[in-house]
Design a protein around this ligand. Structure first.
Ligand code: ZN
Length: 347
């Protein structure tokens, strides 16, 4: 008997602890995504100071897709290669191999799944602002006419000397990175990085390299340099490995640091790099991938990407990577990508 009472008390405590401290409707809050007013099919909710909005509309307004599995309470938000799995009432989101803590969980309200807007937007690579005066949540560019297209319209007459770019050759010294058939990843990375540095300098860009020799560089030293010179962009160069030797291609990683320079964030920068590697270098598309836990990107205060140029474990791709002409071609593609990204920043 005592046991049952005890169990009852425990389950009551768990129930109470699981409930948000307070939750009420916030009337007339508006959601603006890239300058567009998004009409919501349910009123937003405020929980512990976080605004939650109807999930499907929010995700779709940012160009994503939402799947809702009512039985398991599972919510899957997808955008390009990013997949976020969350659970109604759960404080954890799952993305690839990483778990991201949420300060408020998704909730189900009158049959509508509600998601914390800031969490979703930031993980999709959008900046978020709350305009308290007008009661608006502003995701992406406040003005739909600004951002991406404006940079492109300006064409080639940009003075790139106003821009600073940090080039990071991955690994170095005793941190060799991958070693495949006697080839050290650190050497491939440095060779491409040096070529990129020369090409960008020739275009007028102010460049900084985290290393120019085979030396070990601390993880935080890399983004530390980028932060200290107030760089506009950070690009880290790596090469990949896979136990499955048939896999080849390029992959670009980014960190969702919420930093946006005139609409250019890590995700957009990564997308530009990846698109060009696939179309101009002719590599397989291994995706634009969000990496919330990558130290080299996490501490950077500007759009930052990590490029995996090719797979060293693929015999054909390693063969190419060993030639000077392929490394040069890769560097040209990366240079074009950086310039394209800088045009977006549009100083
Ligand atoms: Zn590496």
């Amino acid at each position: 008997m005592k046991k049952r009472v005890f169990a009852l008390i425990i389950s009551f405590i768990i129930l109470v602890a699981a409930l948000p401290a307070y939750s009420y409707n916030i009337k007339d809050i508006q959601l603006v995504v890239n300058g567009q007013n998004i009409s919501l099919n349910a009123q937003p909710v405020l929980i512990n100071g976080r605004i939650l909005v109807p999930a499907r509309i929010a995700v779709e307004s940012m160009g994503g897709y939402l799947d809702w599995y009512a039985k398991e309470g599972r919510i899957v938000a997808k955008r390009d290669n990013l997949k976020l799995t969350m659970y109604s009432g759960g404080y954890k989101a799952y993305c690839g191999n990483s778990t991201i803590k949420m300060d408020v969980p998704p909730v189900l309200k009158n049959g509508t799944v509600m998601l914390p807007i800031r969490f979703i937007a930031e993980n999709f690579g959008y900046p978020v602002k709350y305009d308290a005066v007008n009661g608006r949540v502003i995701v992406g560019n406040g003005d739909s006419s600004s951002g991406n297209s404006r940079g492109d319209d300006r064409g080639g007459n940009i003075n790139f000397s106003n821009y600073k770019v940090v080039i990071d050759a991955g690994h170095g010294g005793y941190e060799t990175g991958a070693i495949v058939s006697g080839v050290y990843e650190k050497d491939l990375n440095l060779a491409i990085a040096k070529k990129l540095n020369t090409l960008l300098k020739n275009s007028g860009v102010k460049t900084y390299m985290t290393r120019t020799t085979d030396r070990r560089v601390g993880l935080y030293e890399r983004s530390g340099l980028a932060n200290s010179v107030n760089a506009d962009l950070f690009i880290s160069i790596h090469n990949n490995t896979q136990w499955q030797k048939s896999i080849k291609g390029s992959m670009t990683l980014y960190y969702p640091n919420g930093v946006s320079k005139n609409g250019l964030n890590g995700y957009k920068f990564a997308s530009i790099v990846q698109k060009n590697l696939n179309s101009k270098l002719g590599t397989d598309n291994k995706g634009v991938i969000q990496r919330p836990n990558l130290a080299v990107l996490r501490t950077s205060k500007m759009p930052a990407v990590l490029v995996e140029v090719g797979y060293m474990t693929n015999r054909t791709e390693l063969g190419k990577l060993l030639t000077d002409s392929y490394k040069e071609k890769a560097a040209v593609v990366l240079k074009d990508s950086v310039l394209e990204a800088l045009k977006n920043i549009n100083k």
